[in-house]
Design a protein around this ligand. Structure first.
Ligand code: XCC
Ligand code: SF4
Length: 625
């Protein structure tokens, strides 16, 4: 029997989302929320993490009554293995994205493409210097070539540690070395995770978890960091700028192209093609006033940070954006693209275009996007969208709101520039207690949680307490829509944060980019720790992913904890079926790496827990609470 749909008011905090959910129901279109209703209640054992499909003696589901799988694996082993593979999946996603950027750099260096360029020679030389490459008297191509080789080697298996560990405070590196947690190579740790979790290998849950942390660190300080840094080198280091967010960025009188996914390699080229005078002229011929490119999810964040392109929405807005009826094309690369978008596009004139061979969608229009042919392909894609404008059914268009202003573009370089050239003023503000600490709120939406209620709720609670918030990923749009990403938001902040952000003209919630850009936060923490000559775990900082859903978020959470940062999750991963694993995650890791996870669904309580931690860390540093 079909369940009653949940009331729309319970699904999201946003009016634009509610309007589109109503439209979807009226038009008979199913969304993620109805599909969740169909899938619940979920299998209890899968929720607890105690089911295993790792071999064909099984599948096995262990419980109190039947405590061992066919091979003899108990709940601890099964939960640890499942979680290890879950983290490996996330690390693989981020890192394979990072590798794609190295391949673009390679195409530039080898002269295979002129569509992409080295935009930030200075940053390239800085990175080269950090990882020990000679830059003096060498051409940019020579340096780029060596950087490319170094980064490719970071994915292999012959290193003692990945190259960006050069940024990590020595005290932290010592912790990792002692535990056997030093990430050696990105692909190596991921492959080893798969090996260890084969039947009959690593049957000691804590040992498996240590390797899960090593795999996550290979992501945070390896694959993701390479992704962020090379994206800056190729597309420019973000600087503060204004933009807009919510479904109102979709324009009734324009050809609308939404870019969705993660990698700026595709979306940057789509944006450039959309500015082609011939294509703009063609759009006008067809009655549109222009071509509008807007972002979804993380590739949206990439374009927002560097180009100020407006943000249509986060994870749970992706289906709803199409339901406006005004989207000519949705162009995707990979990750977080719900397959349902193909079906929903099919309910309208919207063309669904996929661009990566490793992320193809049945029913989508496929382009095998390559650096050598990028601009030609991007123009073809934009042209498809433009021609689609004629097929738009004007009677079904409903753009539910006006866009809201946001400020974006806070790379570490931009922050240091805003501070006058060094981190010292930030350190002074922390020492003085004007900024008591900082928390990175990152990650997703999850249909199990009222959309953005925790993302926004937690950010508001923290800034009230003079705790600076740094936002990435899908939290960005949430913070933006809540009015937290503009300088005026200091009115919602505590007196210290209000003073500092007010004097700098910046918001109390800083948009730091996409999810691979959490590596920027790692770099900032490392730099602060190095300035103060302490470990990262000594800093009054925290991390949170209130509404997370993805394997990547688990990898991020784990590399944050392993780097010494207390990390909040709004709901638990599928580990509760093992006391050993759960206790290690929420307590035991504290003794090993100086930080652990905490799980808390209430944003006020979460802020209080962060507050207590920040007080303790400040006290230990000899600062006022
Ligand atoms: Fe995906 Fe990055 Fe999560 Fe958003 S925040 S739902 S992972 S797009 Ni990364
Ligand atoms: Fe069952 Fe063990 Fe095979 Fe897993 S590895 S399916 S627990 S027999």
């Amino acid at each position: 029997m079909a369940k009653e749909p949940r009331p729309i008011d319970e699904l999201t905090i946003w009016d634009d989302a509610k309007a589109m959910l109503k439209k979807a129901r009226a038009e008979g279109i199913e969304t993620v929320h109805e599909r969740l209703d169909q899938q619940t209640p979920h299998c209890k054992m899968c929720e607890l993490g105690t089911s295993c499909r790792n071999c064909t003696m099984g599948p096995c589901r262990v419980s109190e009554k039947k405590p061992l799988g066919v091979c003899g694996a108990d709940a601890d082993v099964i939960v640890a293995r499942n979680f290890g593979r879950f983290v490996a999946g996330g690390a693989a996603g981020h890192s394979d994205h990072g590798r794609d950027l190295i391949e673009v750099l390679e195409a530039i260096v080898e002269g295979e493409t002129t569509d992409y360029k080295i935009t930030e020679e200075g940053k390239l030389r800085t990175i080269a210097g950090e990882i020990g490459i000679e830059t003096e008297g060498r051409t940019v191509k020579e340096v780029a070539h060596d950087v490319m080789d170094e980064f490719f080697a970071d994915f292999g298996s012959r290193r003692k540690e990945v190259s960006f560990l050069a940024r990590v405070p020595q005290k932290r590196k010592d912790v990792w070395a002692k535990l056997g947690m030093t990430p050696r190579g990105v692909d190596r740790e991921i492959a080893e995770m798969m090996h260890r979790t084969h039947m009959g290998c690593d049957n000691d849950a804590p040992n498996t978890l240590i390797h899960a942390a090593r795999t996550a660190l290979a992501d945070g300080w390896g694959g993701s960091m390479i992704g962020t840094e090379l994206s800056d080198v190729i597309f420019g280091t973000p600087t503060p700028r204004m933009s807009t967010a919510n479904l109102g960025v979709i324009k009734e009188d324009q050809v609308n192209i939404l870019v969705h996914g993660h990698n700026p390699v595709v979306s940057e080229m789509i944006l450039a093609a959309a500015r082609d005078p011939q294509l703009v002229a063609r759009a006008k011929e067809l009655g549109a006033s222009g071509i509008n490119v807007a972002g979804l999810c993380c590739t949206g964040n990439e374009l927002l940070m560097r180009q100020g392109i407006p943000m249509a929405g986060n994870h749970l807005m992706t289906e709803l954006a199409i339901i406006t009826g005004a989207v000519e094309a949705i162009v995707v690369d990979y990750q977080c693209i719900m397959p349902s978008l193909v079906q929903i596009s099919g309910c309208y004139h919207t063309k669904f275009i996929d661009t990566a061979n490793k992320a193809r969608f049945t029913g989508g229009i496929h382009y095998d996007f390559q650096p050598a042919t990028a601009m030609t392909q991007a123009k073809e894609i934009v042209s498809l969208a433009v021609e689609g404008f004629a097929q738009r059914d004007k009677g079904r268009v409903d753009i539910p709101c006006e866009p809201i202003d946001i400020m974006t573009g806070f790379s570490n370089e931009a922050v240091i520039a805003a501070l006058g050239g060094s981190l010292d003023p930030l350190v002074q503000a922390i020492v003085a207690g004007d900024i008591r600490g900082a928390v990175g709120i990152v990650g997703c939406n999850n249909p199990k949680i009222k959309q953005d209620s925790l993302n926004v709720g937690l950010a508001k609670e923290l800034i009230k307490r003079d705790i600076l918030v740094i936002a990435t990923g899908c939290v960005t749009t949430a913070a933006g829509k809540a009015g937290l990403l503009v300088p005026e938001a200091i009115e919602m902040a505590g007196p210290g944060l209000k003073k500092i952000c007010g004097s700098l003209g910046i918001p109390p919630v800083l948009h730091y980019g996409s999810c691979v850009d959490n590596s920027r936060i790692m770099q900032l923490c490392a730099a602060l720790a190095n300035t103060l000559n302490v470990d990262i775990s000594d800093l009054p900082v925290g991390a949170s992913s209130p509404e997370w859903y993805s394997e990547k978020a688990a990898a991020i959470g784990l590399y944050a904890v392993a780097s010494g940062i207390q990390t909040h999750l709004g709901h638990p991963p599928h580990i509760l079926g093992s006391e050993t694993v759960t206790n290690l995650a929420v307590a035991g890791l504290e003794d090993l790496v100086g930080a652990a996870f905490f799980i808390e669904p209430d944003p006020v309580r979460t802020a209080e827990i962060f507050d207590e931690r920040i007080k303790a860390k400040r006290k230990a540093l000899g600062l006022s609470e």
